[in-house]
Write a protein of this length. Structure first.
Length: 222
């Protein structure tokens, strides 16, 4: 499986985001955390910011909507040119209808599950999505500890995706560093969101390479 490293700009210097994206040129996508201070207790960027980031980024945008009413708002992010738009299962009225709408616009459609949300209701409809994001922290703030208790969920998703031969990326987000990325890769993740471990590193490119290597080693060992 290809391994994708998607640094989260939640940990970047907000006053210099174009420059910051330039510091992670070897990453696969740029992870953009959109928070509305309702679905999660934090407020970050909105549609205008994401649209402008897309205009200056050489990397595709992986937008993660931690917002209420994604049925209403998510399509605009797809229309703004985001490569991938992920919304929360807990917030969507009809996840399948929304995913189909995002795909029809031309974006990859992702569904995110909070640590306490079971994967079981989605196992039969995984083909409707291009990505499943297993949150490995409670969404809302960067810098939290990785929750290993979410790994059985990830394993169940990997078993279904691989067993059915689906092209669905399995992403983890929260507390990802060189130690925890190996745990997640071994459990079946192939797409990794890393924030502070990349942007706060002295050499972000070196850190991206070491994260990629740690994930690959764990995957091959498995």
């Amino acid at each position: 499986m290809p391994i994708r490293i998607n640094p989260s700009i939640l940990s970047a210097d907000f006053a210099n985001l174009e420059r910051e994206i330039g510091r992670i040129s070897t990453a696969d996508l740029v992870h953009v955390d959109v928070m509305d201070n309702h679905f999660v207790p934090n407020l970050t960027f909105g549609l205008q910011m994401a649209t402008r980031l897309g205009e200056v980024s050489a990397l595709p945008l992986d937008v993660h909507l931690m917002i209420d009413d994604p049925d209403r708002w998510a399509p605009a992010y797809a229309e703004s040119g985001a490569y991938s738009v992920t919304f929360h299962a807990e917030a969507a009225t009809d996840a399948v209808v929304l995913a189909r709408r995002l795909r029809s616009i031309g974006a990859r459609a992702g569904i995110a599950l909070k640590p306490g949300t079971a994967a079981d209701p989605f196992l039969e409809i995984l083909h409707e999505f291009d990505q499943v994001l297993v949150m490995t922290v409670e969404p809302g703030f960067g810098g939290q500890e990785f929750m290993e208790s979410t790994m059985p969920k990830l394993r169940a998703l990997r078993e279904r995706v691989s067993g059915a031969g689906l092209d669905v990326w399995l992403q983890v987000d929260g507390g990802v560093n060189e130690e925890t990325i190996a745990i997640a890769a071994e459990a079946g993740a192939d797409t990794f969101v890393a924030g502070s471990s990349v942007f706060l590193a002295d050499d972000p490119l070196d850190r991206i390479a070491s994260l990629r290597a740690a994930a690959a080693a764990a995957e091959h060992a498995h």
